[in-house]
Design a protein around this ligand. Sequence first.
Ligand code: GDP
Length: 280
Amino acid sequence: ALPAILHWALYRKAASPSLSTFVLLGPSGAGKTAFLTLRSKAAPITHTSQASTSTTVTLPPSVPIFSNRYRSVNDSSLSDSKRNPVQYILKDTPGHGKLRSAQISQLQTDLSSKKEASPTRGIVFFVDAASLSEEAESLRDSASYLYDVLLVLQKVVLNKGKSSSKAGTTVPLLVASNKQDLFTALPPGSVRQKLESEIDRIRKTRQKGLMDASAGSELNEDEDEILGGDDGRESFSFQALEDDIGIKVEVIGGFTKAEDGDADGGAGVRKWEEWIGKRL
Ligand code: GDP
């Protein structure tokens, strides 16, 4: 006979053929694996960081989900523990610099395909808020990776807009400003500002590179720059990116470390899970 847990796992898989997927991106050391491990039933994985791994995780029943939004908060017919636990897939990706271009093109493929088995509902981009405050290199690294991810989202929106009459849609992105338990960590508002001004700087550098490269030749249309407060007048902002092309970016602080007296070890990730729950 099958061990009960295996039986359960197989049954669950058959019963829910298409779980939503959330992709974890961000530089190595930001805390992606720590977040994944917190909610996965499997033993902590020693991550070899070469390929992506998809893990089914459970959203704590106390976190509201979009599909339950019409249920009144006063409805006591279902207590937290009786509700069906909602599962979703977290796709952890290696954040090492050399492997990023592979993550970026995989993301573009996934988002462009219409029949994804487990549709991507969002991107959770991890940054280490403590190292952002201490190391200029960490900010440059995080921002340039984020820039590339936003560029993919932008391409998906603009391409979809072309192929159908409807405006393109894209997945939202959460910047998980991690390690807020450390007193050296930058608060989420500053993380947001720093990322915006660094992205602005990267954009200007790349613009200049493009103009130099295209001197005397046609401008290569593929080499788009990121939108959001463009025209060289405005500086880049996530708000402008949303206003211009509808890509929604939120920066929310948290930490994956469990604190004393925190039974499910989830106090620090609660707001991120709420963000995910809104999209389930
Ligand atoms: P990944 O490379 O993005 O998967 O990062 P990991 O999950 O492996 O985390 C890198 C290091 O940061 C590990 O030593 C973790 O223990 C530590 N870490 C992760 N999250 C937190 C956090 O919220 N607070 C603190 N203080 N350390 C963390």
